[in-house]
Ligand binder design. Structure first.
Ligand SMILES: [Mn+2]
Length: 326
C-alpha cells in the first residue's frame, strides 16, 4: 500500500480483535487506517509531542493508548440513536516528532497538517495530542484552509497565554502564540472552564486586553453548559468563516480526569464536556478539532484516556447529526 502522505506516518498501532458479535461494531473495527483512496469525512491524526509540557508529561503516548482502547467501545450512541459507522472516520497516522527539538516538532505538525489541508481539504482534521503546545502549529495549518477569519473555542482550566520569554513555546503558550502570530484575533476566541488558582492576574488582564471571552468552571456549574454554549456560539458566529475546537482534558475535575497533565479540584464534569462537544460537532462552522494533555502515565485504569475517547465519540455524534440534517 502506498503511503497517503509524505509528512504523516502511518498509524504506529493497529488494534485488531479476533472475536466479533455479528450485531455489534467496535470502534477499532470502524476507525481503521486510511488507504488514501476511499472517500472519507474525518481523519484522525496523532501529534505525539509532550516535551513541550512545563511539568513532565507522558501525553506523547495518548494516540496509541486511544487506539488500544478502541476495541472496548461500540459505535452506537444510545441517547441519540445514532450509529457512528454512518460517518467515514479513518486513522491517518502520526506526525513524526524530532527527538529533542520542540520548535522543529511544531514545524512538523504545521507541515503535516498543511499537507493534509492542501491534498485533502475535504477531510476534517481531528488531531490527538500530545500536550497543548501542538494547538499552535495545528491552528496555523488550519488557518490556511480559509479565506476569512477563523475562531477558536477552548476548554481548559488555564488561559494558555503565558509569555514566550520564560522558556516557551510550551503547553502554557499556544493561545499567546496564535495571537502574536496574527493567526487569531482575541474577539474570535472563547475559553470555557477557566479555574481558580491555576492562572494569574497578569494573564487575565492580557486576555481582557485582547478581547477574549472566558467562562469559568464555576459559571458553567451555576448557569449550565447549554446557556454557556449558546452565548459562545453567538459570539463566535459574528465575524468568522470557520471555528477550531480545542479540548484540554485538564478542564475536567480531577475525579473525572486523574490522568490530566495538570489536575484541578472542582473542575467541569464529564457530562458538561460531552454535551458541549456534541453541540459543537453539530455546528456547521466547526471545521477542526483537537484533544490534548491526557497523560496515560499518570492515569488510573485508563479512565482519562477513556474519557478522551468519549469526548471524541460525542463530538463525532454531533457531526453525524450535522450530516443527517443535511
Ligand atoms: Mn491548556
Amino acid at each position: 500500500m502506498e503511503r497517503p502522505f509524505k509528512k504523516i506516518n502511518p498509524p504506529e498501532i493497529i488494534r485488531r480483535s479476533n472475536w466479533r458479535d455479528r450485531f455489534e461494531t467496535k470502534v477499532n473495527q470502524w476507525i481503521t487506517p486510511w488507504d488514501g483512496v476511499e472517500p472519507i469525512e474525518i481523519g484522525i491524526i496523532g501529534a505525539p509531542l509532550s516535551k513541550a509540557a512545563i511539568s513532565f508529561s507522558g501525553a506523547f503516548g495518548t494516540p496509541n493508548q486511544l487506539r488500544l482502547l478502541f476495541p472496548t467501545l461500540t459505535t452506537y450512541n444510545l441517547d441519540e440513536d445514532i450509529d457512528l459507522t454512518s460517518l467515514a472516520v479513518r486513522d491517518l497516522g502520526d506526525i513524526p516528532m524530532h527527538i529533542t527539538d520542540v520548535v522543529q516538532s511544531h514545524q512538523n505538525i504545521e507541515d503535516g497538517l498543511t499537507e493534509l489541508a492542501v491534498e485533502h481539504p475535504e477531510i476534517f482534521p481531528m488531531v490527538i495530542g500530545g500536550d497543548h503546545s501542538i494547538t499552535c502549529p495545528s491552528v496555523k495549518a488550519f488557518r490556511k484552509r480559509f479565506q476569512g477569519k477563523i475562531g477558536l473555542i477552548q476548554f481548559d482550566s488555564h488561559f494558555d497565554v503565558r509569555n514566550l520569554e520564560d522558556g516557551g513555546p510550551s503547553n502554557g503558550t499556544p493561545i499567546r502564540g496564535l495571537l502574536e502570530s496574527g493567526t487569531l484575533e482575541g474577539q474570535n476566541i472563547v475559553q470555557i472552564g477557566l479555574h481558580n488558582f491555576t492562572n494569574s492576574k497578569a494573564y487575565r488582564d492580557y486576555v481582557d486586553e485582547k478581547g477574549i471571552t472566558f467562562f469559568t468552571s464555576r459559571e458553567v456549574h451555576r448557569r449550565g453548559i447549554e446557556a454557556i454554549m449558546e452565548e459562545a456560539i453567538s459570539i463566535l458566529s459574528k465575524d468568522t468563516e470557520a471555528i477550531y475546537v480545542t479540548v484540554d482534558i485538564d478542564v475536567l475535575d480531577q475525579a473525572y480526569a486523574p490522568g490530566a497533565a495538570a489536575v484541578v479540584a472542582a473542575g467541569m464534569s464529564s457530562w458538561d464536556l460531552m454535551e458541549a462537544v456534541t453541540i459543537l460537532g453539530e455546528w456547521d462552522k466547526v471545521r477542526g478539532f483537537d484533544l490534548v494533555c491526557v497523560d496515560p502515565m499518570q492515569d488510573i485504569r485508563q479512565s482519562t484516556v477513556r474519557t478522551a475517547a468519549y469526548v471524541m465519540l460525542h463530538f463525532l455524534t454531533g457531526y453525524a447529526k450535522r450530516k443527517n440534517r443535511g
